[in-house]
Design a protein around this ligand. Structure first.
Ligand code: GLT
Ligand code: MN
Ligand code: MN
Length: 387
């Protein structure tokens, strides 16, 4: 079986991911800067489907309108030459010093207004290049000291901004949905709406909740010590899995953004198995960085590594589904004679009467075997290539 990426796999990368030059809080870049056009060509050579960007990954923040148009023309030409598409776009509301106290939740109303103007322009850029998903990662939307902001004010400001932008998109008639990306901390000490669950709750308070969903990221839920697959399942269950950021991250560390599946492959296996089994049809976006030690040949290895690992895990998930020993264990564990089907149609006085008449033998119930050790070992052996 080939593990080579093809456009039909819908693998995407951000300009900021493969274009990352290895800068970190303690050190300068280790790789030269490549242009967006060079990055598009590199991704296309690796069989990638699409490329995503922040406004300023493509157009520098101080570019003149003429420079902007020239950059967009060259970029569009590279997309046409390679067949790459732009499924998602987003705004950089975190790098410029003006956003030191946040963008939509900044205390200064002028900063909030600028954030709104910048986002409208970035939406225009994204739509112009074909994006249908628009991501909001509020990296600076938080605090170091809770003396500075009331979280209720911040929630209102963030809600007002999203309501304004949803109404703008509707008024323009764009085919664009918003995907909110939670992260618990870094670069702020505490970022508002830190997890998938908090974002899901917040979306229900918006004017146009149907337009707004989630962009969960492996690393971000792992930073919070949470089970990413469970978070993704909750977003899916709510009809809100609009996009996904794949990478890897050990619990309790700084924001690592490692190559997909590189440090917690078992979690990655369950995630891929989930996405493939429910028929998730959106982009498989890799929001990861190559190691700071990498040169651009090694960055290509990083790209191939992300996509190959996804495809290998997808194949492993298929094997899991076909493995007769695993499947017979699962059938035994889930066996159901239909005795309690009367409870699945919900409450009724008859159901309660019948339930009240049941005599449950707890000791006998506890004797039903649940060979999860065996099941997990089989899963591990399958993953490690021993079956
Ligand atoms: C930044 C962040 C990512 C977000 C990007 C989108 S930017 O790299 O760490 O998780 O997805 O704004
Ligand atoms: Mn991300
Ligand atoms: Mn991240």
């Amino acid at each position: 079986m080939s593990y080579d990426a093809k456009p039909e796999h819908k693998f995407t990368f951000g300009l900021w991911t493969v274009g990352n030059t290895g800068r970190d809080p303690f050190g300068s870049p280790t790789r030269e800067t490549l242009t967006p056009v060079q990055l598009v060509r590199m991704l296309a050579e690796q069989g990638v489907y699409g490329v995503n960007f922040h406004d300023n990954d493509l157009v520098p923040i101080d570019a003149s309108p003429a420079e902007r148009d020239r950059i967009v023309t060259d970029f569009r030409q590279a997309l046409n030459d390679t067949g790459l598409v732009v499924p998602m776009a987003t705004t950089n509301l975190f790098s410029d010093p003006v956003f030191k106290d946040g963008a939509f939740t900044a205390n200064d109303p002028k900063v909030r207004a600028y954030a709104l103007q910048k986002t409208i322009r970035a939406i225009e850029l994204g739509v112009e290049l074909g994006a249908t998903v628009y991501v909001f990662w509020g990296g600076r939307e938080g605090t170091e000291t809770d003396s500075s902001k009331n979280p209720l004010d911040s929630a209102k400001r963030f809600r007002d901004a999203l309501n304004f932008l949803c109404a703008y998109v509707k008024a323009q008639g764009y085919d664009l949905r918003f995907a909110l990306e939670p992260k618990p901390n870094e670069p702020r000490s505490d970022i508002y709406l830190p997890t998938v669950g908090s974002m899901l709750g917040f979306i229900t308070t918006l004017d146009h909740p149907e337009m707004v969903g989630l962009n969960p990221e492996v690393a971000h839920e792992h930073m919070a010590g949470l089970n990413f697959m469970h978070a993704v399942a909750q977003a899916w269950d709510a009809g809100k899995l609009f996009h996904i950021d794949l990478n890897d991250q050990l619990f309790g560390r700084y924001d690592q953004d490692f190559r997909f599946g590189s440090v917690m492959p078992k979690q990655a296996f369950y995630l891929v198995r989930f996405l493939e089994s429910v028929g998730y049809s959106g982009s498989r976006h890799f929001d990861a960085h190559a190691y700071r030690t990498a040169d651009y040949d090694d960055v290509k290895e990083f790209v191939r590594g992300c996509t190959r690992t996804y495809l290998i895990l997808k194949e492993k998930a298929e094997r899991f589904n076909q493995d007769s020993e695993i499947q017979s264990l699962l059938s035994e564990i889930q066996a159901d004679q239909g005795d309690y089907a009367y409870l699945s149609s919900g409450y009724s006085p008859e159901a309660v009467n019948r339930l009240n008449a049941e005599a449950f033998d707890r000791a006998a119930m506890n004797r039903r075997r649940l060979p999860y050790e065996r099941l997990d070992q089989l899963t591990i052996e399958l993953m490690l290539g021993a079956r």
